[in-house]
Design a protein around this ligand. Structure first.
Ligand code: ZN
Length: 158
């Protein structure tokens, strides 16, 4: 278990596509647990593997009812719309206004590489979309309505 360095915007690795996980190895298990530790330490609600420099399709999310570990995730259903503030541990001290689906269904593999589906609404749906975007090298900053803004001092980042 360890806290890993979080890569920040401008780092090329955040713009790259991630590879699917084909088999579970000890190394990948350690990565997943380090990602969870890093997300909690940095008080984020999600973290994707490229944010710690690993180009694998793995995300972790916890908006308060998790954690969810999603391997090779894909969004298979969406509905509705929500517009709200979004931040990213790779874009420290900033937020932007982004429109996302209000509901998503995600199909993914768990840590035993068994397929499962999970549904999320509101913040959980937003977190799934945001983190899954990271796996194709997309950052929320390119989806904002009017750019990115400084988080007022004393507020947590998402
Ligand atoms: Zn992010």
């Amino acid at each position: 278990m360890a806290i890993r360095e979080v890569r920040e915007i401008g780092d090329e690795i955040l713009t790259k596509h991630c590879k699917p996980v084909k088999k579970m190895t000890l190394r990948t298990k350690i990565l997943i647990h380090d990602m969870l530790d890093t997300m909690y330490e940095r008080m984020g609600v999600g973290l994707a593997a490229p944010q710690v420099g690993i180009l694998k399709q793995i995300v972790v999310v916890d908006v308060g009812d998790g954690p969810y570990v999603l391997i090779n995730p894909e969004i298979v259903e969406t509905s509705g719309e929500q517009t709200g503030e979004e931040g990213c541990l790779s874009v420290p001290g900033k937020y932007g206004i982004v429109t996302r689906p209000n509901y998503v269904k995600v199909r993914a593999l768990d840590e035993d590489l068994e397929e499962f589906e999970v549904e999320g609404e509101e913040l959980l749906a937003r977190a799934f979309c945001h983190e899954i975007d990271h796996l194709s090298g997309e950052l929320y900053v390119n989806k904002t309505e009017d750019g990115i803004h400084d988080v007022p001092a004393g507020e947590d980042e998402a």
